[in-house]
Design a protein around this ligand. Structure first.
Ligand code: ADE
Length: 224
């Protein structure tokens, strides 16, 4: 899977993409991340990417031309990759915006099956509405407004990457994931010590009876 991000602040992603599971997923060649700096597609010698809004008002608005040029650049790299491959690849362009459809686990699952995902990060006070003519979907990570789409894009990348087959540790994690799909959260887990400030680990987990443990876990999952 290839995930490309169009952003004015690629440096924001470095820590997140190069740590823990996301780093490992890249090392295992299960996913490839590409950061595309929107500034490179800016207009004129000053590489302008924004302008004042028509009709007046505060702040600046992202212009449509640099965004479209960046999306086309991301698509062209996909097409080259496609030409070399016999598989039937799919691509999807998603704009991160608080006006988008709410991001869910079901959406993460859907996106994890896309071969080429392009995430566009909005910034400043907004973007020219015509940008929406060149994207497939708009996604919001929640009903609050952030300074840009970078953190939301990282949330989507994290949620999607861990669903790519082979990224999660054991096979049991993948099996348990089917419950998450149904909207049921995982069972409670414990590790050492057996007793902490009067709080004990449920006895069944110390019993060594695998069938009993499974029954308890399933029951806990339902309850949760
Ligand atoms: N950009 C700013 N706020 C956002 C949000 N809540 N979700 C997605 N993109 C955003």
């Amino acid at each position: 899977m290839k995930i490309q991000v169009i952003t004015l602040f690629p440096e924001m992603f470095e820590g997140v993409l190069n740590t823990s599971m996301l780093r490992k997923a890249q090392d295992k060649k299960l996913v490839e991340y590409k950061l595309i700096n929107l500034r490179n597609f800016g207009i004129g010698p000053r590489k302008q990417v924004d302008d004042t809004p028509y009709g007046g008002g505060d702040g600046m608005v992202l212009r449509v031309e640099p965004l479209l040029a960046a999306v086309q650049h991301a698509m062209s790299s996909i097409r080259q990759a496609q030409d070399r491959s016999v598989t039937n690849r799919q691509s999807l362009v998603v704009l991160m915006t608080p006006r988008g459809k709410k991001f869910t686990q079901a959406k993460a699952r859907e996106l994890s099956r896309i071969d080429n995902l392009i995430l566009v990060c909005g910034r400043y006070e907004g973007y020219d509405e015509r940008v929406t003519s060149f994207i497939d979907e708009q996604i919001s990570i929640g009903d609050y407004v952030l300074t840009g789409g970078e953190l939301p894009a990282m949330v989507v990348i994290d949620a999607v990457t861990r669903l790519i087959p082979g990224v999660l540790g054991g096979t049991t994690s993948a099996v348990r994931e089917s419950f998450a799909q149904a909207g049921v959260v995982e069972y409670p887990q414990y590790t050492r010590p057996e007793k902490f400030r009067g709080l004990k680990v449920p006895k069944v987990l110390l019993s060594g009876h695998h069938a009993e443990v499974e029954k308890w876990r399933t029951g806990q999952q339902r309850k949760k």
